[in-house]
Design a protein around this ligand. Structure first.
Ligand code: UD1
Length: 314
């Protein structure tokens, strides 16, 4: 039998966590669509016998429609991430994040997929006057990436209302954890902090380091994504996928140093263009309506993450 779940971006850091989550919760096989632009087959190594991997770009509509045939749910996580990358080089991220997402919805419709769960982004909020950020606030995207991810949400709502494809958009808040790739300047800041600590190299903090983020452990996000596929009566909606806390970069670098038992002053550079100052999720709607309360504190998440990087580093 063909898998009933498809994960686009399933070889990525978050996508592969979702694949493991689905397999650990009752699915016997999962299909992955990934062009390995940033994903890695190594992320799926431990579960590869239960994964059908399609090395396909989401801009290829015909391939998507063929792969989606017979599926029940498409988890759409494939994207070109990063706020600064979308400012430096907006065309590829526009093409993948908007046109590719449109293809995913279209192919889902053609294939009769019941629901698409979409990885939206907390960046859509931009700078808000009030924290935490609730889903009823007007979005104020500050970068091409933020706008692209917001367009994907709107497409989800429209495919739900006009084309009969159920959709749920989850705004991911700065996801971190094992397997986040620290190899690029565009990598998530915590992966860069982990690498800096293990190689005893000072990280660079952009700005004064007092900007804050709701860092959310990858397994919590994966659980919420899985649950969003089955809850009835929420099609067309947008939910925060955050932890609900808020930590500054200065605090986090302190914590990483403590965990690793080092003292290493960070370098400070100019603030990054398109950066949001503070980010924190209101988690009430996700808890009440999707039934998921985040499980991992920042302390526990950092500890587990550093443990993984240590093993990799060794
Ligand atoms: C944004 C989104 C996030 C999304 C991600 C995808 C917000 C609030 N969050 O993350 O939901 O998943 O894009 O790419 O918009 N920094 C340093 N030094 C470094 C690297 C980064 O100081 O070497 C700083 C950045 O300037 C920023 C913070 O760390 O202030 C976090 O950066 P990053 O990890 O890239 O994520 P966001 O851009 O916040």
């Amino acid at each position: 039998m063909r898998p009933k779940s498809i994960v686009t971006g399933g070889a990525g850091f978050i996508g592969s966590a979702l694949v493991r989550e689905l397999l650990a919760n009752g699915e016997s096989r999962v299909s992955v669509v990934d062009n390995l632009n940033s994903g890695k087959l190594a992320n799926l190594e431990a579960v590869k016998d239960q994964v059908e991997t399609h090395l396909v770009d989401i801009r290829d509509y015909d391939e998507l429609a063929r792969i989606f045939a017979g599926a029940d749910v498409v988890y759409h996580l494939a994207a070109i991430p990063s706020v600064p990358r979308s400012i430096k080089d907006p065309i590829p991220s526009h093409d993948v994040n908007i046109n590719g997402t449109f293809n995913v919805y279209r192919a889902a419709q053609a294939a009769g997929v019941r629901r698409v769960v979409y990885a939206a982004s907390s960046s859509a909020y931009g700078d808000t006057d009030v924290l935490p950020k609730t889903e009823s606030m007007s979005p104020r995207p500050k970068s091409p990436y933020a706008l692209q991810k917001l367009v994907g949400e709107y497409y989800g709502a429209v495919f739900s209302s006009c084309f009969g494809v159920e959709s749920v958009s989850l705004r991911f808040f700065n996801v971190y954890g094992p397997r986040q790739d620290p190899s690029s300047a565009y990598s998530g800041v915590l992966s860069l902090f982990m690498k800096a600590a293990l190689t005893r190299t000072a990280p660079t903090i952009f700005g004064d380091g007092e900007q804050s983020r709701d860092f959310t452990y990858v397994e919590d996000v994966a659980t919420l994504v899985r649950k969003a596929a089955t809850v009835p009566g929420v099609s067309g909606r947008v939910f925060n996928a955050g932890n609900g806390g808020r930590y500054t970069l200065n605090f986090l670098w302190e914590q990483v140093q403590k965990l690793e038992g080092i003292e290493l002053k960070a370098n400070y550079g100019p603030p990054r263009e398109g950066d949001v100052r503070d980010s924190q999720a209101d988690t009430v709607a996700a808890i009440r309506e999707l039934g998921h309360t985040p499980r991992f504190t920042i302390e526990e998440g950092l500890r587990r993450t550093l443990e993984w990087y240590r093993a990799e580093h060794a």
